[in-house]
Design a protein around this ligand. Structure first.
Ligand code: HEM
Length: 378
């Protein structure tokens, strides 16, 4: 008898959980197509499946082919609207606090810390963000800050002297720490910067012609300066090709693949209902590798940014947008540009083992990106 009661209790709990999982589907009409997957887990496991960073991955490819660029799903324990649509992504990012609110899952909150800018909302967010912007403005492109970035890049590369093989990911992690410890430590930003450097070394390392063009640009800058003279803000402004390479690294690297938002009020967008209380996930990375926005999207082609001094637009948003636009974007670009300057002037490198950047929640090189260094003499 006890067993029967226990079974009945368990069956009722399971039925209630199943009902709770699918109930949101019955409550709303006009939702985009899509599937809620399995009770409890929804489609989260498939969604988190790793894939090369310059592709959308099997899950999104299949879902977009079946349902279109905006679809419903059940992810991270919540009903969700997934957007691989540049217009909707832009709309969501630019309606922060009015219609949507930043809302990261527990695991990410734990990594970031409860007082991280990305975790707090409302007044507290405004306070932390303005403190951050003030810090960034105090470094900006000021000569002293730029010189300290130069010094860090120079000393990191000098520390490789005599070494034939390095694990690049490990080395890259040392770089931003030296540069802006305070700023970086506020948002685990050091991880994103070092990942960008690894992505650049990976993609550039596969293309001798890109290395040659980079070298040409940096040799021309160095020719105007003494051997050990630090780089200046003016030098940075001359690094036009380098910035195209960096943009292409951001596009193919998709370091922040998506952002997390909660819907505050029911929204109707292009005929779809996006219900209050659901999650909405703008997948920034999906737009970056969409062939209708970027020709041959899997190819690393810095030339695609030629003539576009500010390639912001809706189809390229590696730093997000709106109220939460990444305040570290300019710092990251200076760091990457100066690092590339000293790298291409001092070394050639090879990757004997293939170690593709894989995107889970974050980008990862499984083997730590081992590279073989050949110093450039003279
Ligand atoms: C390649 C490197 C980086 C990428 C791709 C990146 C990308 C992003 C993105 C997409 C967001 C918006 C998140 C959202 O809307 O939910 C963001 C926010 C933020 N980033 Fe970055 N980031 C990078 C590096 C950095 C660095 C180096 C710092 C620190 C120096 C930094 C500081 C921040 C802060 C404080 C926020 C929160 C802004 C707010 O909520 O108001 N980021 N970043």
């Amino acid at each position: 008898m006890v067993y029967v009661l226990l079974l009945v209790a368990l069956a009722s709990i399971a039925a209630a959980a199943v009902l709770r999982h699918y109930l949101p589907l019955l409550r709303h009409h006009g939702l985009p197509k899509g599937s809620f997957g399995w009770p409890f887990i929804g489609e989260t496991i498939g969604f988190l499946h790793a894939h090369p960073s310059n592709t959308a991955g099997g899950f999104l490819q299949e879902h977009v082919a079946k349902y279109g660029t905006v679809f419903k799903s059940h992810l991270f324990g919540s009903p969700a609207i997934v957007s691989c649509d540049e217009e909707l992504n832009h709309f969501v990012l630019h309606n922060e606090e009015r219609l949507f609110e930043c809302s990261y899952p527990g695991a990410i909150r734990t990594i970031l810390g409860e007082s991280s800018a990305l975790v707090v909302t409302g007044e507290r967010h405004r306070q932390i963000r303005s403190m951050f912007l003030a810090l960034v403005a105090s470094t900006g492109l000021k000569a002293s800050y730029v010189a300290s970035v130069d010094e860090s890049a120079r000393s990191l590369i000098a520390s490789w002297s005599g070494r034939k093989t390095i694990s690049f990911c490990e080395e890259a992690r040392k770089f931003p720490y030296k540069v802006a410890f305070l700023l970086d430590s506020l948002l685990a930003g050091h991880e994103t910067t070092s990942v960008l450097l690894s992505i650049l070394v990976y993609f550039i390392g596969k293309s001798p012609s890109i290395i040659d063009q980079l070298k040409k640009e940096h040799e021309a800058i160095r020719a105007t300066k003494g051997k050990d003279e630090p780089l200046t803000p003016d030098d940075y402004r001359k690094m036009e090709y380098t910035l195209r390479v960096i943009n292409e690294g951001l596009r193919c690297g998709n370091i922040v693949k998506l952002v997390h938002r909660k819907v505050l009020k029911d929204v109707t967008y292009k005929g779809y209902v996006i219900p209050a209380g659901w999650k909405v996930l703008p997948i920034l990375g999906a737009v970056h590798v969409d062939a209708s926005h970027h020709l041959e999207p899997e190819q690393f082609q810095p030339g695609r940014w030629e003539g576009l001094s500010q390639p912001a637009g809706k189809s390229f948003a590696p730093f997000g947008g709106g109220l939460r636009l990444c305040p570290g974007s300019e710092i990251v670009k200076v760091e990457a540009a100066f690092f590339l300057h000293h790298l291409v002037l001092n070394y050639r490198w090879r990757m004997d083992e293939e170690d593709v950047p894989m995107l889970h929640q974050y980008v990862e090189f499984k083997k730590g990106l081992p590279i073989q260094l050949e110093p450039i003499s003279g």
